[in-house]
Design a protein around this ligand. Structure first.
Ligand code: KIV
Length: 277
């Protein structure tokens, strides 16, 4: 549990001390305050917000402005967790200059302490340039959702020999470029274990089995409040979706029966004053 500030250096120390890193997504202030109360190590403002907050079909339509808006809100609630902003589709693909400028926006406008971006050799020049601009980078390999049109959907990656070899090579390439950790998404657990063993930096798994150096989940998945899809790797720790529907129904019933608001929720006025009106 993060009782003092968790930094990119804590990432490295956690791996050395074999202490699993906890990471969750957040997109708003009040959820962030609850995650801080629980003491999560790291908070990711994921571009998954496009799906769970904005209702898009995938993450490809998320813009820089949308990411910055939510990162600002989260940063107001962050105290000890490391705050990471997720670079959206096309914010780091066009040129090195644009990639650095957009990564800088996460830090300068959003209040993030690091950025995450998806991909290996195709984006390595951007990763190097962002780190050179003194912005720590978290890599992301395996099922990289910004590439679903190339992958043909949300599919497990690295199941064949060549693809698995490529993932190992890409992970080593990212480490060599200076990333402070790598998210491994939807890859076989034994491959994630092998990659984790080969790297000095921590791996953060999502759908990558128990052998990664840390785990990340989308907060709505953990709380059961996003019902449109549920990947196999999701564990729902609380059914707050059901609890929310039940609470809203109770509220509606009490409003319709004039049971809410009760005297304890109402403001009083001197009867003598009322008589003068
Ligand atoms: O956007 C996101 O939430 C992510 C995590 C699932 C790793 O990239």
């Amino acid at each position: 549990m993060a009782t003092q500030k968790f930094t990119v250096q804590s990432f490295k120390a956690s791996k050395k001390e074999k202490r699993p890193i906890t990471m969750l997504t957040a997109y708003d202030y009040s959820t962030t305050c609850l995650l801080e109360e629980a003491g999560v190590d790291s908070i990711l403002v994921g571009d998954s917000l496009g799906m769970v907050m904005l209702g898009y079909d995938n993450t490809l339509r998320v813009t820089m402005d949308e990411m910055i808006h939510h990162t600002k809100a989260v940063s107001r609630g962050v105290r000890n967790a490391l705050l990471i902003g997720d670079m959206p589709f096309l914010s780091y693909h066009v040129s090195v200059e644009e990639a650095v400028r957009n990564a800088g926006r996460f830090v300068q406008e959003g209040g993030a302490e690091a950025v995450k971006l998806e991909g290996g050799p195709d984006v390595i020049d951007k990763i190097r340039a962002i780190i050179k601009a003194q912005i720590p980078v978290l890599g992301h390999l395996g099922l990289t959702p910004q590439s679903i049109n190339l992958f043909g959907g949300f599919k497990v990656q690295g199941k064949e020999l060549e693809a698995a070899r490529r993932l190992v090579d890409d992970a080593l390439l990212l480490q060599d470029a200076g990333v402070f950790g790598i998210v491994l998404e939807s890859v076989p657990d034994v491959l994630a274990r092998l990659i984790s063993q080969k790297l000095d930096i921590p791996t953060i798994g999502i759908g990558a089995g128990p052998h990664c150096d840390g785990q990340v989940l989308v907060i709505q998945d953990l709380l059961g409040t996003f019902r449109r899809m549920k990947p196999k790797f999701v564990k729902t720790y609380a059914e707050l979706g059901d609890a929310t529907v039940a609470a809203v129904k109770s509220y509606m019933e009490e409003v319709r029966e004039r049971k809410f608001p009760g005297p304890e929720h109402s403001f009083k006025m001197d009867g003598a004053l009322l008589a003068k009106l």
